[in-house]
Design a protein around this ligand. Structure first.
Ligand code: FAD
Length: 360
């Protein structure tokens, strides 16, 4: 009976990060289980370049030092000279994390359950096979929950006529006017003629692909872009509720990624946080780390409840952006804002609904 040093359940970004960051320099034998074919997965993960992301600078696809937030009436431009907005593609992250010294065996199988036996775990897969490992890193997570907000989106990578896009400035959030719905367009201009154009909604249920497509087309025609070639698409659902599983009973079970509370639910940003989580786990003797600070979690909770209970159409985000400069804004998005920035954020929010949420 072979007992692996560790078993990774799910080879999304967090499972991959465990292989690279925790075991990459060792000679350990690791087993990973993945339900899907991850070679078919590709999308871009955005984040601001915090200190903990600097070790991955050479796999960054592109950096933007300016970004905009607005709607048809107002457009705020933020800039940061040392913390640009960056993207890493899933494919690059995967290749980087699989390039390690340790021995990783990947099983394209679904894990059904695992339980403790003596000083190791027995893992059962859908085909009734059994595997054994000393530690478990579990990244399976619930993306939707009845009555809870989700961030859902669909994007198209397009090629257009030369000099269509300003490749130095990304559109972080361009809110459109919808009835009782928060919707915005996100544009990553990779070059003057290539961009990812995405339609994003915060609501309780997902829509048909045709809905997001229509919004993308509306935006492109507003920008007078009538001819384009569609290269690829990406879509996703990110929970805007606290997904975090209960702390595992065994010290050798680690909930990682979104499952382990890495997502900042009010914004849907998770990628850089799940990397921070694995880095923190490397330094910790515990099987659990708080990726987000107490005050950040508290503010997030209030903000999500506000979004859930009010027909917010983007005005709070625009007001927030107009009251902060680029460095303050990115520090808030990355959970690193100081007290003055926090006070500015609180001051930007609609007072009465926020006070109500605070006392709930
Ligand atoms: C298209 C897309 C774009 C995103 N863009 C950004 C972004 O720009 N910035 C950002 O910060 N965040 C972004 N996110 C959010 C977040 O970073 C991702 O959701 C990220 O994939 C979360 O990683 P994870 O490892 O926690 O979970 P997952 O990526 O969900 O990985 C879990 C893996 O486990 C596998 N699995 C599940 N059940 C089993 C089972 N029983 N047995 C075996 N395997 C199983 C799944 O197939 C999956 O591959 C995006 C998400 C999506 C979907």
């Amino acid at each position: 009976m072979k007992i692996y040093k560790a078993a990774i359940i799910g080879l999304g970004p967090s499972g991959l990060a465990v292989n690279k960051i925790l075991y990459g320099d060792s000679s350990s034998e690791i087993i990973a289980f993945e339900n899907e074919d991850i070679n078919n997965r590709d999308n871009f993960f955005g984040f601001w370049l915090t200190d903990w992301m600097k070790p991955f600078e050479n796999i960054i696809e592109k950096k933007w030092y300016k970004w905009t937030i607005g709607d048809k009436k107002i457009n705020i431009t933020h800039a940061s000279s040392d913390k640009p907005y960056c993207v890493i593609s899933f494919k690059k992250w995967k290749n980087y994390c699989l390039d390690t010294k340790n021995k990783l065996e990947i099983k394209n199988k679904k894990v059904i359950q695992y339980f403790s036996e003596k000083n190791y775990f027995k893992i059962i897969t859908a085909d009734n096979s059994e595997y054994y490992a000393e530690k478990i890193y579990d990244s399976r997570s619930t993306k939707e929950k009845k009555g809870e907000l989700i961030q859902h989106f669909f994007g198209i990578n397009i090629t257009v006529a030369n000099n269509t896009f300003n490749e130095n400035k990304l559109t972080l959030m361009h809110f459109t006017e919808e009835k009782n719905l928060l919707h915005f367009i996100y544009i990553l201009p990779f070059s003057h003629n290539k961009a990812l154009v995405e339609s994003t909604v915060f609501s309780k249920e997902i829509f048909k692909i045709s809905w997001y497509r229509e919004k993308i087309m509306d935006h492109l025609s507003l920008k007078k872009i009538s001819k384009f070639e569609e290269c690829s698409t990406e879509k996703g659902i990110i929970p805007m509720f606290f997904v975090e599983e209960k702390r595992p009973s065994s010290p050798n079970i680690f909930n990682i990624g979104i499952r382990g509370g890495a997502c900042k639910p009010s914004t849907g940003y998770a990628f850089s946080f799940l990397i921070k989580q694995i880095q923190l786990l490397k330094k910790s003797k515990k099987n659990y780390v708080n990726t987000h600070k107490f005050l950040e979690r508290k503010m997030d909770k209030i903000f999500i409840n506000f979004l859930k209970n009010n027909n917010e159409n983007g005005q709070s985000f625009i007001k927030l952006a107009s009251n902060l400069n680029g460095d303050e804004f990115q520090s808030f998005m990355m959970g690193e804002s100081n007290l003055i920035t926090k006070l500015k954020i609180i001051k930007s929010m609609p007072k009465l609904p926020f006070i109500k949420e605070l006392f709930k």
